[in-house]
Design a protein around this ligand. Structure first.
Ligand code: ADP
Ligand code: CIR
Length: 343
């Protein structure tokens, strides 16, 4: 019988905050219909006590079966209660976007991604090797039928040379291998089988296959034209949705393996140079907090900043629309640039 995990004294993850002995007792023998257990859901946060969150879902039912643990985590991360409603809005004409950096002094590149998973299959932490290969097959076939500016090729990770893989990662196009948070969540099983990347010729439209989510649909380009990046993404999602049915619920929006990605599953970011503001940590933190932004390093989550370049993105994804996610990022970046210019 599973016993209550050990969390170090200084543990600040949402898992250790909300997995009280009482909740653990209530959930420890529960399983979803596809067989995903509480111990699987919490393993990442147990093995990595420095996690910010620490839990992953193995299937759509995990959010219901383990709701006494997931609900307060979702409430704290997104400010979204179990009675609240999520609404989608991808109408890019509603985005109030100005040219934030006309002289190209601050913004290096802009990227917006969404996570998606196929309906009626387990999520990555609970998927079998055969199911994962089936996802790869379905998704790559759909992507290879895209035309026009979205047209491109699919490159499986299996058989990709080390140098090509390394270059794609360095250039911010491809996911890294061996993430220990994903490893403990069961997301790296059978690596690299079933994983790959699709991209168009310009590498402005990309899809990661079978990483943390079955699809990560990405639009990106150099510079700060947030609206153009959003428009390309919206058009790509619309086209892909004609061929694939994604896992979605009225309450939680798009279902993802990490609860931080639920709802829109959207992270809109810029790589931005802030040499002065980043020295004034208090002001930097205050602005990012006010505009609901997250600061990441130059190689994504759990990486460090280099040469005062930061990855700045919307933090909330559930209970706000896609337009609002991008607006959060746009308005916050405008405030960051204004503060940098004053210093
Ligand atoms: P995700 O966005 O999928 O949650 P990560 O934080 O790991 O995942 O970032 C994935 C990759 O995307 C990393 O290589 C990161 O540097 C890159 N990236 C994120 N935002 C931008 C951006 N605005 N411009 C260029 N690359 C970016
Ligand atoms: C963690 O708990 O830190 C990892 N599992 C990643 C969680 C999502 N990322 C984030 O909010 N920065």
């Amino acid at each position: 019988m599973p016993s209550y995990p050990h969390f170090p004294e200084n543990c600040t993850s949402l898992l250790c905050k909300y997995l009280t002995p009482t909740i653990f007792e209530k959930l420890r023998n529960r399983k979803t219909p596809s067989g995903f257990t509480l111990m699987q859901a919490i393993n990442s946060g147990v093995q990595n006590p420095e996690s910010a969150i620490g839990v992953y879902a193995g299937d759509e039912a995990s959010y219901e079966v383990f709701s006494p643990l997931f609900n307060p985590i979702i409430q704290e991360y997104h400010g979204f209660g179990h009675e609240d409603h999520h609404q989608s809005d991808m109408d890019s004409t509603k985005l109030k976007a100005t040219d934030l950096d006309p002289e190209n002094k601050y913004i290096i590149s802009t990227r917006i991604r969404v996570g998606r998973n196929l309906n009626a299959l387990p999520l990555g932490p609970g998927i079998s090797k055969e199911q994962r290969l089936h996802v790869e097959d379905e998704v790559s076939s759909a992507l290879l039928s895209l035309q026009g500016t979205l047209q491109g090729n699919y490159f499986p990770l299996e058989g990709m040379s080390d140098s090509v893989q390394k270059q794609l990662i360095e250039d911010h196009f491809l996911f890294k291998a061996g993430d220990r948070f994903l490893e403990a969540a069961g997301l790296n099983r059978d690596w690299p089988s079933g994983r790959g990347i699709f991209h168009n010729r310009e590498k402005t439209f990309l899809v990661w296959v079978n990483e943390e989510d079955q699809l990560r649909i990405i639009s990106m380009q150099q510079g700060g034209d947030i609206k153009a990046v959003f428009e390309r993404l919206v058009s790509a999602i619309g086209t892909i949705e004609k061929q694939l049915t994604f896992m979605h619920s009225e309450h939680l929006g798009y279902i993802t393996s990490c609860p931080t990605n639920l709802g829109t599953a959207m992270r809109a970011s810029v790589h931005i140079k802030l040499p002065k503001l980043s020295q004034d940590k208090e002001q930097f933190q205050a602005i990012t907090k006010q505009y609901h932004l997250q600061i990441r390093g130059i190689h994504g989550e759990h990486s460090e900043s280099e040469a005062a370049i930061f990855d700045i993105s919307n933090r909330r994804r559930l209970g706000i629309t896609e337009v609002e996610c991008v607006q959060d990022m746009h308005d916050g970046v405008a405030a960051l640039i204004a503060a940098e210019e004053k210093l």
